[in-house]
Design a protein around this ligand. Structure first.
Ligand code: ADP
Ligand code: MG
Ligand code: MG
Length: 902
């Protein structure tokens, strides 16, 4: 950054001038090439054109003033250093042109190798290589192919086709069997393809090749795929890409040459030791393209011991220097090793934890840094059940891992069939080309969803993630035929009722049942695995890092739990209380009858009778919960949903009445219920008679709940326990609502508590925008606030959650209106601002006001960081999310600004 500001209009940096901290300016690849150069590693010389130059080019459509001169100057110095001129007919210097943004991004132009070759310099190159014609023509045909494809958008398969044709004519499937003459002919064929698609001859002027390639890299920043990828990954659109121009070294000069990739540890498991692939007599892109079989890197020891030992030495130095897993690209040219790229390597979730733990043991990083290097999304991934995979199971197709988990079930093709079979207790996988809102019921009924089209933001993917359901989308090898109730894949036909297994983490699809196993990490949290005894390195690492997160974090983590069983599990997962205990389930099942009596009550006595019958049932529920959460705070929310939700649906009642009348039975009660349902019907129930409004309209309802809570607390405490209830009033928008409820509640509490020593707090949810904006007033009457961010998002955006996710969120995500659903991760700018205002004004009115959050967002990593920054006291989330929230609350503390974990 500093260099960017101090040196005006410096657009080109020699590798010796940069370093790894200049990613913004030099891109990841350029910054790391510079770093390796300065470490004294053998990097072919070259220079980097900055992201600033790219931005200027994109803004004006032409190269900024001075850029051409600077490139010229750096090229000249490169030529001097190498003792060769770019594209010189007798002894050519060749270069590669490589894109490299701050974050690596699919969809951007990749690399053109061998720039500088033309009809004349190809002869010079052959002479340079001691008369190796084959090598020279092979390099030339590669240039035309890569240049055509990436710079001029010539369809790549036409080149593929031509080389396949040449191999067929020769009766071989191996590139190496093509001799110099074959390759010379192939160059002619490639040139024709190039001319056909571009309307011009392949450019012979080396400097023009270079300039066109540089320009193509700039422009690839705005390619459609790159733009979409950035929106989805929330990468800013204005970073631009750098361009690296690097002197070519050749791995395709014969058996003493080759190219490879290497990792300093296993990126899958994190295990120590080197991992990688090597390919003899090849250029870099051959390794990835998989045209020939690579050998394991260890074989290099046998092939070229000197280079192997040297490589190991560099890998150790890089790891020590970056203090992390590095991945590396290298090439050996006639026994001389060259380093072509390094970066901190990508890794699986398990490897992230294991490596962070190892690096602490090795003294390379401290625990704060280890905590910084893992994240809640990875931990969440490790908590899903996994398929037990061995060689028996080969995937038949691979799509996008759209929503994680492992699901096994019978294939169905329609929503209706999914609902039907699930109703019979079958596990089903709903298979569609693409889902649409009509499939919603089927998606709810299914164990997993598999589609042949659509990406991470397709309808199926968005809705499945919202439901926490396993989903693989865009498995395009599947040919789905819904009317015929079958799909075909890899030559096999799968019919309705056949079993498939899908892995929503990897996107893999298997035929038949793949056995699944519970996650070791969950077994550890459940207390089934002793972290001190196990030899599972993952469990040990998770234990250690979680311990550090717990020690570091300021936010407490509570859970949302409505039953003793949930409370107990959450406590094992580390919950420090309940942040949201919903009471509505206490009105369901065989208690519906009492709710009906309450609703139909014609007189005070009838109503009081119904409430009196409900009281002991509720008290028993609370006793169980307080026992499980002994000594920890429990926030109980008074009844929230509209009461008619507890009555049967209108249609069903109408049918009941008609049937009963037909049979001549007594229909008085059915008719009364029907009338009540009609009377209570609301157009917008979410905005209707619910929450505190119910409590103010139905006498005795809240009072009964307050009494049940307090009596339960007193009973548990008198029996030697310690209950800490916090009564929470939902949907308050004005302080007057809360004051009214509170006055009545305090009388009851005072009466019930007596000398038991129980203390009951009264507070409110902040979930209506008006409450957030008048938090200063509301705090006068509230001992705590709990942000109900689901409703706050719903009312803040005016989104009906049940409708919008399936109806149009996919489009909003596609357009980049938001990068992630605001129900998944808090919208910091809007809804988050309401939280911030309410927190600040609430605390100003009542210092020390206890603040928490109880929406889904309490378990979302990014939201947890936000709540930490706002200064809340705790977050509350579903039991399974508790470890994620603990980890992220710790990370929020150690997070240093400016470091990128992407
Ligand atoms: P990507 O980001 O797709 O890996 P790279 O720019 O790293 O693209 O290049 C693609 C391949 O070409 C890699 O294997 C790389 O090692 C190789 N390569 C790039 N520049 C050179 C060079 N100057 N000499 C030899 N090989 C190179
Ligand atoms: Mg590379
Ligand atoms: Mg709510």
């Amino acid at each position: 950054m500093a260099a960017q500001q101090t040196v005006d209009n410096k657009y080109v940096y020699d590798f010796a001038e940069g370093n790894k901290d200049l990613k913004d300016l030099l891109g990841g690849k350029g910054a790391n090439l510079a770093e390796m150069t300065n470490l004294g590693l053998p990097v072919p010389p070259g220079f980097t054109i900055t992201t600033e130059a790219c931005k200027a080019y994109l803004a004006t459509g032409r190269e900024p003033d001075g850029l051409a001169d600077q490139i010229e100057a750096h090229l000249e110095s490169l030529e001097r250093g190498m003792g060769r001129k770019l594209g010189d007919p007798d002894d050519p210097l060749l270069v590669s042109v490589r894109s490299g943004a701050k974050f690596s991004m699919p969809g951007m132009m990749e690399t053109v190798l061998n720039v500088g070759l033309n009809d004349r310099s190809v002869i010079g190159l052959s002479a340079q290589a001691g008369g190796n014609d084959r090598f020279a023509w092979d390099s030339y045909r590669r240039l035309i192919q890569m240049f055509g494809k990436t710079v001029c958008e010539v369809p790549g398969d036409e080149f593929e086709h031509a080389i396949d044709e040449a191999k067929r004519a020769k009766g071989t499937s191996n590139d190496l069997d093509l001799d110099a003459d074959d390759l010379r002919a192939l160059v002619d064929a490639y040139k024709k393809i190039f001319a056909k698609h571009t309307g011009r001859e392949f450019p012979q002027e080396p400097r023009e090749q270079l300039d066109l390639a540089i320009r193509a890299v700039f422009e690839s920043w705005n390619a459609d795929r790159a733009v979409v990828y950035r929106r989805q990954e929330r990468i800013p659109a204005d970073l631009g890409t750098a361009v690296n121009v690097v002197a070519m070294v050749f791995g395709n000069l014969g058996p003493d040459s080759g190219t490879g990739v290497a990792f300093t540890r296993d990126p899958a498991s994190g295990a120590q030791g080197i991992y990688g692939d090597y390919l003899t007599n090849a250029q870099g892109e051959d390794v990835v393209a998989g045209i020939r079989n690579t050998v394991p890197l260890q074989e290099l020891e046998r092939i070229d011991k000197k280079s192997y030992d040297e490589l190991l030495d560099y890998m150790a130095r890089l790891e020590g220097h970056y203090k992390d897993l590095c991945d590396i690209e290298f090439t050996i040219e006639r026994g001389k090793l060259w380093m072509l790229q390094t970066r901190v390597g990508k890794r699986t979730a398990a490897a992230a934890f294991v490596i962070a733990g190892q690096l602490v043991d090795e003294g390379l990083i401290d625990l704060d840094e280890a905590l910084h290097r893992v994240n809640g999304a990875q931990l969440a991934q490790l908590m899903f059940p996994r398929f037990k995979l061995d060689h028996e199971f080969e995937p038949v197709a691979r799509g996008i891992g759209a929503s994680p988990g492992a699901a096994v079930g019978k294939v169905v093709f329609t929503s209706a069939r999914a609902v039907e079979l699930a109703g019979e207790g079958e596990a089903v996988i709903l298979v569609r080309r693409e889902t649409n809102p009509d499939d919603l019921n089927g998606m709810i009924a299914a164990k997993g969803i598999l589609t042949s089209r659509g990406g991470k933001t397709s309808h199926a993917a968005v809705v499945a993630r919202g439901m926490g359901k396993t989903c693989v989308s865009g498995a395009d090898e599947l040919d789905v035929n819904v009317p015929a109730k079958k799909f075909t894949v890899a030559g096999q036909t799968v019919n309705e009722g056949d079993i498939v297994s899908i892995d929503g983490t990897t996107g893999k699809v298997y035929l038949g049942e793949v056995p699944a196993m519970p996650s070791e990490v969950v077994r550890y949290f459940e207390g089934e695995l002793d972290p001190e005894r196990t030899d599972d390195p993952l469990v040990r690492a998770v234990h250690r890092i979680m311990g550090h997160a717990d020690a570091a974090r300021r936010l407490r983590v509570r859970t949302n739990a409505d039953t003793g069983a949930d409370a107990a599990r959450a406590r094992r997962f580390g919950a420090e209380g309940i942040g949201l205990c919903r009471t509505e389930h206490m009105f369901l099942g065989d208690r519906r009858e009492l709710v009906e009596r309450l609703i139909l009550a014609g007189t005070d006595r009838e109503r009081e009778g119904a409430l009196a019958a409900l009281l002991p049932l509720q008290r028993a529920d609370f006793i169980e919960i307080f026992r499980e959460m002994d000594g920890l705070p429990v926030t109980v929310r008074l009844i929230d949903p509209p009461l008619h939700e507890f009555l049967p649906p209108l249609e069903q009642l109408a049918v009941n009445v008609a049937v009963a009348q037909e049979r001549g039975e007594d229909v008085a009660k059915e008719e009364a219920l029907l009338a009540a349902v009609r009377r209570m019907h609301e157009e917008n129930p979410m905005l209707g008679l619910r929450g505190v409004r119910l409590g103010l309209v139905i006498p005795g309802l809240f009072a009964m709940q307050v009494r049940a809570i307090t009596e339960a607390a007193v009973e548990v405490t008198r029996a030697g326990g310690s209950a800490c209830p916090e009564i929470m009033v939902p949907l308050v928008g004005a302080v007057q609502e809360l004051e009214t409820v509170r006055a009545e509640a305090e009388k009851i509490i005072a009466e019930v508590v007596g000398d038991s020593g129980v203390e009951v707090l009264i507070g409110t949810m902040i979930e209506v925008p008006r409450a957030a904006l008048t938090a200063g007033q509301i705090a006068e009457a509230a001992q705590f606030f709990s942000f109900g961010t689901n409703d706050l998002t719903q009312m803040g955006w005016g989104f009906s959650r049940d409708d919008v996710e399936g109806a149009f969120f996919w489009r909003y995500l596609e357009l980049g209106i938001f990068g992630i659903s605001p129900f998944e991760s808090i919208d910091r700018d809007g809804v988050g601002r309401l939280v911030r205002i309410a927190a600040e004004e609430g605390r100003a009115a009542r210092p020390g006001l206890k603040l928490g959050v109880c929406g889904e967002h309490g378990g979302d990593p990014d939201s947890v960081h936000f709540f930490h920054s706002v200064g809340l006291d705790y977050v509350s989330c579903s039991p399974f999310r508790v470890p994620v929230a603990r980890l992220e609350a710790g990370r929020a503390v150690v997070e240093t600004t400016g470091s990128d974990s992407r």
